[in-house]
Design a protein around this ligand. Structure first.
Ligand code: HXC
Length: 510
């Protein structure tokens, strides 16, 4: 009996050793943790239960029959984050570069199936050289099995991917279909084909970092939702994010005890809007002063920074904040901002997270670059997302709400539940200068007349009361009371019932 027990221990030790001491040292030398070390940091202490540690690949080609390592390059299982169940898989780069064999894919599929069945988030940690080249079509089939499950789970359970090393070829598309992708700076890269293939096909010489580094994806491509300094920071932040999210679309997000008074008055907000309507101010200050304890988890902080998307809490309950940022491009809506916010709004709607929108938007960004880039279709994404959302929607217009962007930003007309404005709000088709130039073109050579017309336009439209008189704004509120008013609104909306007409699925402008 004893020897059988010892054998089990030996087998476990062999699996835990992964690709061996030398490869493990190499992993550490690159500034990366191993798969098991990562899971230890991600999950609550002693909560990890591993599955399939004895699984081996079944490939016999290219001498692979003699090259088997139990676990086959991915560590999978379940654990808890602050006491809540999550499913995990972590690619082990020390085993054949974390490459994906059919057996490796089957392990991932198993945790995907369990997370969907049991309604718990799934977190994948990526560090892999892509398809196990020796396995050929079996590896390709394995990937597609994973992709199919990503799609079925989308909108049912939160899916999070963290890129912590190479992530190339077939490995990129599973993260791409999850809700959030994070990258570790300097040690990770994410691309469909690497620099060698790029050189062969296009003759372009490019580095790993330029082609798929964290900073490129976080600032230019918008493929990832955030980047972190190292493995440790990434994993701690994923734990923080999980605390904001429901386990599935069958549950409400967790409620965290809050010591922040709901009616907290923030007198400083009365001075937030500068006298000059063209002077920017930091919208983040408003978010921080409204959210419980100023605690926010920003999504895509460096991409499309003219709009802010962030999770926060009000009375301990998660809300999704969407806010134009006057500090960047005057808070205009462009292609990047529209795509970014649309995806965030859809995530919140899918997971029953109320939307709180702060509006200070001068319109859509004009220009050939935007139009030829498809601003119409991309801007429509945000419009579509807000219009189809049935979660509670509370909107506060702080300053400008001009043109189509007024409509888009969770206006009353798109089923905004409670729409407030600060006294500084200006709700109009466009700013006074542009409007006067168009409607009084014949007086363009008379600066005095133009100044008078501008004043007249401002008096008529540069305020919230035209909209308030029509019921498009439910109330004009004092900036200092914003937190209390939003919380009061959300309380009344807790049992909101609103359903869209039955359909197989919608046809959002992709
Ligand atoms: C099998 C692989 C592998 C792979 C790496 N290894 N990638 N084994 N299949 N795809 C093995 C190496 O042989 C090596 O084994 C170990 O992992 C570490 O790899 P190194 O190259 O020594 O590491 P490093 O120098 O850090 O380079 C990492 C790398 C490189 C850039 C990821 O390994 C690489 O370019 N790999 C191939 C990437 C690729 O083209 N993958 C296929 C994509 S096609 P030893 O025994 O020496 O430790 C694809 C199509 C799927 O995925 C599409 C589905 C939709």
């Amino acid at each position: 009996m004893k020897s059988i027990l010892e054998q089990l221990e030996e087998r476990r030790n062999a699996a835990c050793a992964g690709g061996g001491v030398e490869r493990l040292k190499k992993q550490h030398a690159k500034g990366k943790l191993t798969a098991r070390e990562r899971l230890e940091l991600l999950l609550d202490e002693n909560s990890f239960e591993e599955y399939d540690m004895f699984v081996e690949h079944r490939c016999t080609d290219f001498g692979m029959g003699d090259n088997k390592i139990p676990g086959d390059g991915v560590v999978t299982g379940q654990g808890t984050i602050n006491g809540r169940l999550v499913y995990v898989f972590a690619k082990d780069f020390t085993v054949m570069g974390g490459s994906l064999s059919l057996a490796h894919a089957e392990k991932i599929c198993k945790v995907q199936d369990m997370s969907l069945k049991n309604g718990a988030p799934i977190i994948g940690l990526f560090d892999s050289g892509g398809a196990r080249i020796q396995e050929g079509v079996d590896a390709l089939g394995g990937y597609a099995e994973v992709f199919q499950r990503n799609v079925l789970a989308s909108g049912v359970i939160p899916q999070i991917s963290v890129i912590m090393g190479p992530c190339a070829g077939g490995d990129v598309y599973s993260p791409a279909m999850t809700d959030f992708i994070f990258m570790v700076r300097d040690t990770s890269y994410l691309y469909v084909t690497g620099p060698d293939v790029v050189k062969t096909v296009t003759n372009e010489v490019v580095s790993h970092e330029e082609l798929g580094g964290a900073s490129m994806h976080a600032k230019v491509s918008g493929v990832v939702e955030g980047t972190f300094e190292d493995d440790f920071e990434a994993l701690v932040q994923v734990r923080r994010l999980i605390d904001f999210l429901p386990s599935s679309n069958r549950e409400k997000p967790p409620v965290r005890p809050s010591f922040d008074r709901h009616e907290r008055i923030e007198k400083s907000l009365d001075q937030l809007i500068p006298d000059n309507p063209n002077t920017p101010y930091d919208m983040k200050e408003l978010l921080e002063k409204v959210a419980d304890e100023g605690d926010l988890f920003e999504i895509m902080p460096t991409f499309g920074a003219n709009i802010i998307t962030a999770f926060g809490r009000l009375e301990g309950k998660t809300v999704g904040f969407v806010a134009n940022q006057p500090m960047v491009l005057a808070g205009v809506l462009d292609i990047d901002a529209s795509k970014k916010a649309a995806r965030f709004v859809r995530f919140c709607d899918a997971f029953d997270i109320p939307l709180v929108t702060f509006v200070d938007v001068p319109g859509f960004l004009p220009g050939t670059k935007q139009e030829s880039g498809g601003l119409i279709k991309h801007g429509a994404k945000l419009l579509f997302a807000y219009a189809e959302a049935t979660v509670p929607k509370v909107t506060v217009i702080t300053r400008k709400a001009y043109g189509g962007a007024y409509d888009v930003m969770a206006s009353k007309h798109l089923r905004g539940d409670l729409n407030y404005a600060w006294p500084t709000a200006e709700i109009a088709v466009m700013g006074a200068k542009g409007a006067v130039e168009i409607i009084f073109r014949s007086e363009a050579n008379d600066p005095e007349k133009i100044a008078e017309r501008t004043r007249e336009y401002e008096d008529n439209f540069a305020n919230p009361f035209v909209a308030a008189r029509r019921g498009y704004i439910d109330d004009v509120i004092m900036p200092r009371n914003t937190r209390g008013r939003i919380i009061a609104a959300l309380r009344t909306l807790q049992k909101k019932q609103l359903k869209n007409p039955w359909k197989k699925h919608d046809n959002i402008p992709l």
